[in-house]
Design a protein around this ligand. Structure first.
Ligand code: PMP
Length: 403
């Protein structure tokens, strides 16, 4: 293996190594240890991994743009012009014209007054929340929100009120009963591990009735939902009813990074206050150029979204014909199996049939809800989708509670 033998602080006898061995053994015993598995191909519907060629159902590259010709060409041209690294944060000397061009393009796409880029969705969520709320304030967070929102809430040091998943009645009651200087509601629009959609119209109404601000995470909705592909807010015509709409460049847009669509004044405050924006090296210009090309593809090629939705419908019909629960509401489909070992075993069997679908286990999902999480892509053929369905049938998967 690649482990280097050494003495001293990093040695395997040093205290940290002892702590790590103990914790790893405990994770292993509970089926919760994680392993890396490098791909030997570009991201796409079919990938090479561990010497095998597998149909990939675990990528968030929903439109197949990560390796598309136009996105690659834009990145390469920008590398030729700007080089690779940006050398500093945007507030120092890491800013380029491409960052500003992309922000203007995304603002038009999102129909927002302003857009500000972040280096990742994780950086956006952990950076934005502490700017908006702090001690004396309250943030109301859906129980199934993404970990980056959970961490952003914690970092803010505001009071965190977790409301039951998608339960607007409980949210309304909490908004009524919680005294606070500022109240901020935060929710995913498409939930990353369940693929369901937040009751956004009702949440907007609750926020309005209680003078609360609203921030949404459209990571899995951008490029997927809405007539123009701008997300759930667009689908419901709520763009101007939501204070902050965070989206990622890393899923349907096929790259890396994230952005928030908001008012000019909020964006200006974030530039001066959001720590991941201030204290981290700017995104490479090439990544911004790639994202411009990806947004252009979303805007100009609705066939991409049509193919994705054709696949989504085929897959959800197939799941239902097996007696599994499935709603065609996004590109994410969980098959909840229960304990981590059951999910790992199902993933192993599917892999033998040529299907790559990763087991998702706690703490990413609640205890007892380990699952296979299928992600559909516009780049899948119907043959790929049918292979996933046949393989699932072949391994005799029964959803939790239906045995
Ligand atoms: N929000 C949600 C809902 C996500 O699923 C993810 C990524 N898994 C993120 C934020 C973080 O985005 P990124 O991967 O760009 O850091």
């Amino acid at each position: 293996m690649s482990d280097v033998k050494q003495e001293g602080v990093g040695a395997s006898s040093a205290p940290a190594s002892g702590w790590a061995r103990e914790e790893l053994a405990s994770l292993q015993a509970r089926g919760l240890r994680r392993y890396l598995e490098p791909l030997d191909s570009p991201q796409g519907p079919v990938v090479r991994v561990g010497g095998e060629t597998l149909v990939n159902f675990s990528s968030n590259d929903y439109l197949g743009l990560a390796a598309s010709a136009s996105v690659r060409a834009a990145a390469i041209a920008a590398v030729e012009r700007y080089g690779l690294g940006t050398g500093a944060s945007r507030l120092v000397v890491g800013d380029t014209a491409v960052h500003h061009r992309l922000e203007a393009r995304l603002a038009a796409f999102e129909r927002a007054e302003a857009v500000l880029l972040f280096n990742s969705g994780y950086a956006a969520n952990t950076g934005i929340l502490p700017v908006l709320v702090g001690p004396g304030d309250a943030v109301f967070s859906d129980a199934l929100n993404h970990a980056s929102l959970v961490d952003g809430c914690r970092l803010s040091r505001a009071r965190v009120v977790v409301f039951p998943h998608a339960d607007v009645e409980a949210l309304t009651k909490a908004l009524e009963e919680t005294p606070a200087r500022r109240k901020l509601v935060v929710t995913d629009t498409v939930f990353s591990m369940d693929g369901d959609v937040a009751p956004l119209r009702e949440i907007v109404a609750a926020c309005r009735a209680h003078g609360a601000a609203l921030m949404v995470d459209e990571a899995h909705a951008t490029g997927v939902l809405g007539a123009r592909g701008a997300g759930l807010c667009e689908e419901l015509g709520l763009e101007d009813q939501v204070d902050l709409r965070m989206g990622t460049l890393s899923k349907a847009l096929g790259g890396q990074g994230a952005y928030v669509a908001t008012s000019r004044v909020v964006a200006d405050l974030l530039i001066s206050r959001a720590r991941p924006f201030i204290y981290s090296t700017a995104l490479p210009a090439a990544m911004c150029a790639a994202a411009e090309a990806a947004v252009e593809a979303v805007e100009k090629d609705p066939a991409l979204r049509e193919r994705l939705w054709r696949n989504i419908r085929r897959f959800s019909d197939g799941l239902r014909s097996m007696g599994l629960r499935a709603e065609p509401r996004s590109a994410v489909f969980p098959v909840v199996l229960g304990g981590p070992e059951r999910a790992l075993e199902a993933a192993r069997k599917l892999r033998e049939a040529g299907v790559l679908v990763k087991a998702i286990r706690p703490p990413t999902v609640p205890e007892g809800t380990s699952r296979l999480r299928f992600c559909l892509s516009a780049a899948h053929t119907l043959g790929h989708v049918d292979l996933a369905l046949e393989s699932l049938r072949g391994v005799g998967v029964h959803q939790r509670g239906e045995e």
